[in-house]
Design a binder for this molecule. Structure first.
Ligand code: XIL
Length: 319
């Protein structure tokens, strides 16, 4: 049987995974499978602000650089995640904002410096960035975060302009969950992207995380959704795909899971400018799902013993 990366080569779509740096260091099987199956990697955590600047003014790129090195050694490309989010920010930043010690003008400077520093550090080493992550809520409004409250809606355009200045060749993405099909949230992104492009803001891509659950069913409008963003001149990507289920695992759920992966992968393959399909981890041995969605799990392509599940076979068959 061929690996996913060998099968993906012909398609022109990169096949990627999020990488857990602890597993990469400690688990030989994990490390070998990352190298064998994928031609793109994303840091599951270590390129987030919390990890890059735990202490104000002191950058720590060690773990992220380790991933970049691993990727280079294995002929893989790196997808950057993420420059701006409302989660996983350093404590000094959130507490400074909450206490009023950091005012709006200072926050704007801090954000600009962060983007310059990080996008500058990884210039030429990442092919793209999730510049802003999860900035719209499920009702289709700009998400109520300290970024929006303190900086106003213009922070989104600012973030893209700064990222472009720091790394002019990187593809710059909007990224979110629950935007795989056509709905209020993805439509707000569509309007936002259209406006940003009209204003000359360097936005190049729309990233759909793809955190699905078999219990919700799957929205058949994924391909139409991808195509409408591509008509704006954007490239697209599935950036964090996993398909969780309410435990325990049974065969109907595994088959449904395979259908969920297939739906998103096929939307990507049938589109014109979908450049990557990244899974948010590939083995149930290491997954964020059980810790975040109680009673749920088994969201990945391989089980906890690295044995392929029906979803792995389905992805393989679709490539
Ligand atoms: C998750 C990681 O998988 C966890 O390890 C971490 O504790 C929290 O973040 N959307 C995103 C990702 O954009 O960064 C999140 O990753 C999952 C949801």
């Amino acid at each position: 049987a061929s690996t996913l990366r060998a099968l993906a080569k012909r398609t022109g779509v990169r096949i990627g995974t999020a990488v857990d740096m602890a597993a990469l260091a400690d688990d030989t099987t994990y490390r070998e499978r990352v190298a064998a199956e994928f031609n793109s990697v994303t840091a599951e955590n270590v390129m987030k602000w919390q990890f890059l600047e735990p202490e104000r003014g002191v950058s720590d790129f060690a773990a992220a650089d380790e991933l970049v090195d691993f990727a280079r050694r294995n002929g893989q490309q790196v997808r950057g995640h993420t420059l701006l989010w409302h989660n996983q920010n350093p404590a000094w930043l959130t507490s400074g904002v909450n206490s009023g010690e950091i005012d709006a003008a200072e926050l704007r400077q801090i954000l600009r410096q962060h983007i310059y520093t990080v996008a500058g550090h990884f210039r030429g080493k990442v092919y793209g960035w999730d510049v802003v992550n999860e900035v719209i809520d499920d009702n289709g409004n700009l998400r109520d975060t300290f970024w929006l409250r303190m900086l106003g809606p213009g922070y989104i355009a600012d973030a893209f302009r700064w990222a472009h200045q720091a790394d002019p060749k990187a593809k710059l993405y909007l990224n979110d969950y629950n935007v795989e099909g056509i709905n209020a949230k993805s439509t707000k992104y569509f309007e936002l992207a259209k406006q940003l492009r009209k204003d000359g803001v360097p936005v190049h891509g729309f990233g759909m995380q793809g955190h699905l659950g078999v219990q919700y069913g799957f929205d058949g409008t994924a391909l139409d959704n991808v195509l409408r963003f591509e008509k704006l001149g954007l490239e697209t990507a599935f950036t964090e795909v996993d398909v969780r289920m309410i435990l325990p695992v049974d065969n109907p759920k595994l088959q449904a899971q395979a259908a969920g992966y297939t739906l998103l992968l096929q939307a990507c393959l049938l589109a014109k400018r979908c450049v990557s399909f990244t899974v948010w981890g590939f083995t149930d041995k290491y997954s964020w799902v059980p810790g975040f969605f109680s009673g749920q799990g088994a969201a990945n392509l391989l089980d906890e013993n690295f044995a392929p599940k029906p979803a792995y076979q389905a992805v393989s068959n679709s490539l």
